[in-house]
Design a protein around this ligand. Structure first.
Ligand SMILES: [Zn+2]
Length: 479
């Protein structure tokens, strides 16, 4: 059964023919409810029997970091978690420093490592030897330098308006991608709409939207004891905008979204990255941690004043309730944007806040459905729309993100129906009571991930990850 990523309903049974690294043909393999046609051409060198399975385009992860020491010393751990969850390409924002990300992108492109395709985005000032970007002229020079040095785009924060304008204008001129985390220190001067009007391609997280929609204020009314560098305050307070904006559905709300839709802004929310704020116990004890989260990564998640995102120093029910209310408004914003034709994409921004790679990506899909998206809309956001985000800056048609003849062969197979339950995509599967045996089964988990025409056994990749976790645990036990 094919779910092609465009929003088309599932169809099948089909044969998908891959030649080298591209989809050569998609052909009927028979009639639903009847035995498959026998002796169907072509006779392939390699065949995967996908009978009873669903084939989807490889997922595109628009917010990736690889981690590194002390969280996860080996990139193989991260890459295999993504690939085992069907993620075959993504945007590093940044994946790591330029000296690390550029060769990794290259090795992935040549399939010398098991890793998704990497779009290498860097922060202004990264890569070259001239240091941080401090003037509009430098901003333009840095963008041009990146373009000549194989960097695909830039990860921005809310820079001062003159620098932001120069970065985005130069990016438009030379064909260079952009995504921004419009953080609170700059958002009073640069909200999501201001930035989008300057040419920003993607707004990641939620920062910059609700500030643009404040009803009685222009600046978020922070409490007097606010200190942005104290991460308890930072993360407890950022969500407390839910009762301070124009009402959903109000003219101001609709106009805000309509302007973005007209500009073609992509919203990449990373909802999973903040989900612990609304229920830290659930995220701390997620099914996958024991087997698949490295002890060093779990150490990083633990409440700690030094680690970014480990802000649960004395996280109260009241703090959680603010986040739960905030999510309701955030869901509404994303779903209303979708309904206006806006594109909402998927990503995990993992390795912070009890959010483990790959699993976090599937959790993001869950949250999109909770926001009001039909599973086919969720999948389209995670595939075709996210692929558009990666191709549009260069004026190019997408090369992956859809199951269609001529596309690169990036896809995955799962032996359960994801439209029935997106949770079957978790590496740990979905829990189902088997009435025949009275046993509890875990069903699903991606079976095969195909990138660039190469098939990877997803269960084997997960077993490799589990072995890395096991090894670290054994070393700790010895100490
Ligand atoms: Zn991030």
């Amino acid at each position: 059964m094919v779910i092609d990523g465009t929003g088309a309903p599932p169809f099948g049974p089909m044969d998908v023919v891959i030649e080298n690294n591209r989809i050569a043909a998609i052909r009927s393999a028979g009639t639903p409810g009847m035995p498959l046609q026998p002796n169907r051409p072509p006779k392939a060198q390699h065949e995967i029997d996908g009978t009873g399975m669903y084939l989807l385009p490889g997922f595109v992860n628009l917010h990736m970091h690889v981690g590194g020491t002390p969280k996860s010393p080996e990139a193989e751990y991260t890459f295999k978690l993504w690939m085992a969850h069907g993620v075959t390409s993504g945007r590093g924002v940044e994946l790591g420093p330029q000296a690390y990300a550029a060769p990794e992108k290259e090795r992935s492109a040549k399939n010398q490592i098991v890793a998704p395709r990497i779009f290498n985005y860097q922060r202004p000032g990264n890569g070259w030897t001239r240091g941080p970007v401090t003037t509009p002229e430098m901003a333009r020079e840095w963008v041009r330098w990146c373009k000549e040095n194989g960097i695909d785009g830039m990860k921005l924060v809310a820079y001062p308006p003159a620098i932001m304008a120069a970065l985005l204008d130069e990016a438009k001129k030379v064909g260079f991608g952009s995504t921004a985390h419009l953080e609170q220190r700059g958002v009073a001067q640069m909200n999501a709409l201001t930035a989008a009007k300057l040419g920003l391609g993607t707004v990641t997280h939620f920062y910059g939207h609700f500030e643009a929609l404040l009803k009685d204020y222009e600046i978020q009314p922070w409490p007097a004891q606010m200190n942005y560098n104290d991460e308890y305050y930072r993360f407890a307070q950022v969500a407390r905008l839910y009762d301070k904006t124009y009402e959903p559905g109000s003219p101001q709300w609709n106009e805000y979204l309509a302007e973005h839709a007209k500009l073609g802004t992509i919203f990449d929310p990373t909802m999973t990255a903040y989900a612990a704020g609304r229920d830290v116990m659930r995220m701390r004890n997620a099914d996958w941690h024991d087997k698949y989260t490295l002890p060093t990564l779990h150490d990083f998640y633990r409440p700690d004043r030094n680690n970014h995102g480990s802000y649960f120093f004395d996280w109260t029910l009241d703090d959680e309730i603010h986040w739960r209310r905030f999510y309701q408004l955030w869901f509404r914003l994303l779903n209303d944007y979708k309904k206006m034709g806006g594109r909402v994409t998927a990503s995990d921004d993992a390795a912070f806040i009890y959010n483990t790679w790959g699993f976090g990506y599937i959790h993001e899909l869950e949250l999109m459905q909770e926001a009001g998206f039909h599973p086919l809309e969720v999948i389209r956001g995670a595939t075709m729309h996210a692929a558009e985000a990666l191709h549009e800056p260069y004026g190019k048609e997408i090369e992956f993100g859809i199951i269609r003849a001529g596309m690169l062969a990036d896809m995955f197979l799962v032996d359960q129906n994801p439209l029935q339950n997106l949770k079957v995509l978790y590496g740990t599967g979905a829990v189902r009571l088997n009435d025949a045996t009275n046993q509890i089964d875990r069903v699903g988990g991606v079976r095969w991930t195909i990138k660039d025409g190469i098939a990877y056994d997803a269960k084997k990749m997960l077993a490799d990850v589990a072995a890395m976790v096991e090894k670290q645990k054994a070393e700790r036990a010895k100490r």
